[in-house]
Design a protein around this ligand. Structure first.
Ligand SMILES: [Zn+2]
Length: 254
């Protein structure tokens, strides 16, 4: 049976039977991978508590058929994010990142950029205070990387460019089309979410920015509240479900 190696982040962990664990990894090279870690709860030697949520690992695994569960053989911890795990607010943020990736990622579809993004946002939680802006940045980038990028460039119906819509400060977003609708075209559509031109432009800019620049990005209070209204709803629409971790996060914020 061939042995493989990749970097991985533990995004779900379930006890299985008396001594095993079923782990969902988000890996750098193979996307989402589900695996069984035999004896993980009994033998501390091979896995040394490495298989807890958020851990960033170098994972060695066997993959018999190129489908189904892989067999985790051993792993080395690269980052365990101890400061993050000691702070409830950070855990809630992290849980949301993991759930979003788990829901969006396809099994065995490598997406190294999404892996780097998740890793950088977890590192950020370890090093910095939580900021709501980060949730929105994460959502915008993950939507783009997993193929759900909102089209904020031009009106979906009349094709007028965002830059030529300056006469109206408000535009609309269609959840169904995943795209912008201008004020004039909005009259013939239902279920639209209003947003300012500035927020539409911001989401468009962040969608295509270099990863190194994105943590430095700042939102105006208006852009923050509009994108908080828009992005989670768009994600929920795309996934067909509400994310539990976001619900908890919002409850705690109140
Ligand atoms: Zn239009």
């Amino acid at each position: 049976m061939p042995l493989f190696m990749t970097q991985a982040i533990v995004i779900r962990s379930l006890n299985y039977g008396e001594s095993d664990k079923i782990i969902t990894f988000f890996t750098r090279d193979y996307g989402k991978l589900k695996g069984i870690a035999k004896g993980a709860r009994r033998s501390r030697k091979r896995f040394q508590n490495a298989l807890s949520l958020f851990s960033h690992l170098r994972l060695h695994f066997f993959d018999k058929e190129g489908m189904g569960l892989v067999r985790a053989e051993s792993c080395d911890i690269l980052h365990s994010f101890p400061r993050m795990k000691a702070d409830l607010q950070k855990i809630l943020y992290g849980n949301y990142y993991l759930e979003l990736v788990n829901e969006m990622a396809g099994e065995r579809e490598g997406n190294p950029e999404a892996f780097e993004l998740l890793l950088s946002f977890l590192s950020n939680l370890e090093e910095m205070e939580t900021q709501e802006t980060h949730l929105r940045l994460f959502e915008i980038r993950m939507l783009s990387l997993f193929g759900y990028r909102p089209n904020m460039k031009r009106c979906h119906l009349c094709k007028k460019d965002l830059e030529n819509l300056k006469e109206t400060p408000t535009v609309f977003f269609s959840l169904e089309k995943g795209a912008l609708i201008c004020d004039r075209c909005s009259k013939i559509r239902n279920h639209l979410i209003p947003l300012s031109l500035g927020t539409a432009r911001l989401i468009e800019t962040i969608s295509q920015m270099e990863l190194q620049q994105i943590h430095r990005w700042r939102f105006t209070p208006q852009a923050l509240s509009e994108s908080e209204e828009l992005l989670p709803r768009f994600i929920q629409y795309q996934l067909g479900k509400e994310l539990k971790s976001l619900k908890v996060l919002r409850k705690m914020a109140r």
